[in-house]
Design a protein around this ligand. Structure first.
Ligand code: ATP
Length: 380
């Protein structure tokens, strides 16, 4: 099933390898994406429901003993757009399921410890989506560029970081490493905006201009990061950053795909629904029981329709990755384990958003009709 907008999955289009050539990266390009800005923005919005349900499933799974989590690592120079990714992409899901950590200049206590000490403390727990705004990679970037430690010290860190990330992945966390790489000219424009606009001035730090002077050193340091730490267990996705909308749609897709690969299932309750139902209804006024059951039945129908949409959308997104990678099948083995409300993947048909809203309207109309019938009956 082809995706009209992604002609190549961002996993393939953006992944860095051992020969990665950063100088050759066109910072205003939109690898893999065929659409324009409006398509990109619309696609991010469209992914909201799917991302939300995936995140909620992950969270629920974590509550019931699952060990899976996601860690999105964001790197980039000042004004690269890290904050925008957090707001526009991660902002689409329930904040209760998100663990955001920013890593600035280390405190005295942090400096007294191993550089991974402060990172370990912020790793996402089960069911969480962790987001690192800067990370342990600063310890091979700013540390190297500013000569804060000897060369043999930072050089040894690449292998150490690879081993550290392997440990994290083996414990159940999917790592998505995103580097937002904007051009020097684009950075000048964004910094100037921060200087000129009173509502943006608070974002500018005078050290940003000092860092800008070291642009080339940073590019060299970043290139080594991509070449030496883009592993199979935790690959780097190097995202051209001049078009903010592209970076957002690309990261949205990367995160959605990562959650689909995990395919979190609704946990099975440790209690029997029929027993709990009987106990609950025994506490309700008998005259109200029928109405209550009927109302919940209607909600169930709605949930069933929504669930169908979710599964169809999930299969559609997974198909893009499957097509590019050849070996990655969508999570078609998913069997809803939450009773009869949800159709299986086989039953779920792809539903366009137009069809979806028509279906919703129809359901609403039917509901209204049933309600007015009921109230007429009561009046009689
Ligand atoms: P940002 O620029 O990320 O939006 P900010 O300007 O608000 O954030 P902070 O988050 O307080 O600033 O700190 C970011 C700064 O901290 C960056 O200049 C970064 O290079 C520096 N930094 C991060 N980690 C380290 C480290 N391990 N050693 C030295 N400096 C670091």
């Amino acid at each position: 099933m082809a995706d009209q907008l992604w002609e190549t999955s961002p996993h393939l289009a953006l992944r860095a390898g051992p020969d990665f050539d950063l100088a050759a990266l066109d910072r205003s390009s939109t690898p893999g994406f065929t659409g324009r800005k409006s398509d990109g923005k619309a696609r991010v919005d469209e992914r909201g429901d799917l991302l939300n349900e995936l995140q909620e499933r992950l969270f629920a799974d974590g509550r019931y003993g699952g060990n899976r989590s996601v860690l999105l690592i964001l790197q980039g120079l000042d004004t690269a757009g890290k904050g925008g990714i957090v707001r526009h992409v991660i902002g689409m899901v329930d904040p209760q399921g998100v663990a955001l950590a920013s890593f600035g200049v280390p405190t005295e206590e942090e400096l007294a410890n191993h550089y991974l000490w402060r990172i370990r403390k912020k790793l996402p727990g089960p069911g969480k989506i962790g987001v690192f705004d800067r990370s342990h990679y600063e310890d091979v970037l700013v540390t190297r560029v500013d000569g804060l430690v000897e060369e043999d010290v930072w050089r040894a860190r690449y292998d150490e970081i690879n081993a550290f990330e392997k440990e994290i992945v083996d414990s159940g966390t999917t790592i998505i490493k995103v580097a937002l790489m904007h051009s020097k000219e684009e950075q000048a424009g964004r910094l100037l905006e921060r200087i000129e606009r009173p509502d943006k001035r608070w974002k500018l730090s005078t050290s940003d201009l000092e860092t800008r002077k070291k642009w080339d050193d940073y590019q060299a340091a970043y290139e080594d990061v991509f070449r030496l730490t883009s592993t199979d267990h935790a690959p780097w996705y190097v995202v051209p950053g001049d078009k903010k909308w592209y970076a957002r749609v690309a990261v949205t897709e990367l995160v959605t795909q990562a959650l689909i690969d995990i395919s979190p299932q609704w946990p099975k309750p440790r209690w029997k629904p029929e027993v709990q139902r009987r106990k609950l209804l025994a506490t309700v006024d008998p005259e109200l029981v029928d109405d209550l059951v009927e109302a919940v039945q209607e909600q169930l129908e709605d949930a069933k329709a929504e669930h169908g949409d979710f599964l169809a959308e999930k299969a559609r997104v997974a198909a893009l990755r499957q097509r590019d990678n050849g070996h990655r099948a969508p999570a078609a083995d998913e069997q809803p384990n939450d009773g009869s409300a949800a159709p299986t993947d086989d039953e779920a048909e792809p539903v366009s958003s137009e069809k979806k809203s028509k279906k919703k309207k129809k359901r609403k109309k039917e509901k209204k009709r049933a309600q007015s019938k009921k109230s007429k009956k009561r009046k009689k």
